[in-house]
Design a protein around this ligand. Structure first.
Ligand code: MRU
Length: 368
């Protein structure tokens, strides 16, 4: 995507030294656009844990480069296995992270130690390029769904405006480029369709308010920020034509883990007959897991993300303020699981399918 006319990806190898990587510090958005240089395993692990980088596909790509950086320092088998395990443990829910590290190891275990760093950069680069291509395809498949709604509304005598609702941030900065849930929206906007996005603020970390609103604004897509609890009300009043979200892990049977609060939106959508779509590259499918509620590990983050808020005060300075009594503890499960029965369908790089084992296998027959 472009920032002030300049094309960017969400992670890239530094052109000056040819080996460190660059990312946007997502903990600083939307207040400032800071580019960070990550030069070793520890800065990469910290960036993932602290959510300077976040979003399922992006943390996979950055972790892959983390392993490349580690191999640059020590390419022995012991160091490689140790650092791969360390990077894999930085966040538990998004399967893309483990997928990327496993893919790197498959290639690197058969590579002589002297060549490992070079091969690791090559493989991490491929992971990035493939992510961009997959998300672009997701965008095209999702665009067809948005177009159908626009055309139906026009046939029914309406304006053709499509109101979408999204939760969290599944845009280009959550992937290497394009995004998953936002890719179809960008393409619909670019194709001249009248799209408007209801953006859930996404407490506690406010990825909707801080990141999705920032992305959509930069791209010129009409959007309105909502408190997390407003979506059901808007659906009851016919203000939402389609919910579209990304995901951190989809099971073989189509259950969907995504940012905490997604499940409640799916329930409200079902109660109001609003289609609930999930956009994902196949790297987000965990073919080894069937029952998402029982089997997907849900990350528990610090309660301080709930009891404190960060924002920019009118004087321009960033402030972190406590919003609960000093002695109140908070729980902070970061993801929830939406059962497949509540999902209208999945949008993948190979097309759309039912959220079910049969649906997924129809697109990915090699997984039978
Ligand atoms: O905790 P986060 O911000 O990494 O959570 C991200 C999400 O839940 C996204 O919706 C998901 O990763 C899809 S990203 C294209």
């Amino acid at each position: 995507m472009k920032i002030d006319g300049v094309p960017f990806r969400s992670v890239w190898v530094d052109e000056d030294d040819g080996w460190s990587i660059r990312i946007f510090d997502q903990t600083r958005l939307p207040w400032s656009l800071d580019i960070l240089r990550l030069s070793d395993r520890d800065t990469v692990a910290h960036a993932i844990r602290s959510m300077q980088v976040r979003g399922a596909p992006l943390i996979g790509a950055v972790a892959a480069y983390g392993l490349a950086l580690s191999l640059r320092a020590d390419s022995s088998t012991d160091a490689m296995e140790r650092d791969a395990a360390l990077l894999k443990e930085t966040r538990p829910t998004a399967v893309n992270l483990a997928w990327a590290i496993d893919r790197m190891l498959v290639r690197l275990r058969n590579t002589p130690a002297a060549d490992r760093a070079r091969v690791a950069y090559e493989e991490a680069g491929l992971i990035c390029d493939e992510d961009v291509e997959q998300n672009e395809r997701i965008g095209r498949h999702g665009l067809a769904l948005i177009r159908e709604i626009a055309e139906r509304k026009q046939r029914e005598g309406g304006s053709g405006r499509v109101n979408l609702l999204t939760h969290c941030n599944a845009g280009w900065i959550a992937t290497v480029d394009w995004g998953t849930a936002l890719a179809p929206i960008y393409m619909a906007h670019d194709a001249g369709l009248d799209v408007h996005v209801w953006v859930d603020e996404t407490r506690p970390r406010n990825q909707g308010a801080a990141l999705t609103a920032w992305e959509l604004g930069r791209h010129g897509v009409g959007h309105t920020l909502l408190s997390d609890n407003a979506g059901g009300h808007l659906m009851q009043h016919g203000e939402v034509d389609m919910v579209i979200v990304g995901t951190d892990r989809v099971t073989r049977e189509g259950d969907v883990a995504n940012k905490i609060g997604t499940y409640l939106k799916a329930l409200a959508a079902r109660d109001n007959g609003v289609p609930f779509w999930v956009a994902l590259p196949s790297t987000t499918i965990d073919w080894d897991v069937r029952d998402g509620v029982k089997e997907i590990p849900i990350e528990n983050r610090s309660g301080e993300e709930v009891t404190f808020l960060t924002g920019r005060a009118e004087d321009g300075a960033l402030h972190r303020v406590r919003i609960a009594p000093d002695d109140t503890d908070a729980a902070n499960p970061a993801f929830d699981v939406t059962p497949a029965r509540l999902v209208t369908g999945l949008i993948t790089e190979r097309g759309v399918c039912d959220a079910s084992e049969d649906g997924l296998l129809s697109l990915f027959p090699e997984r039978r």
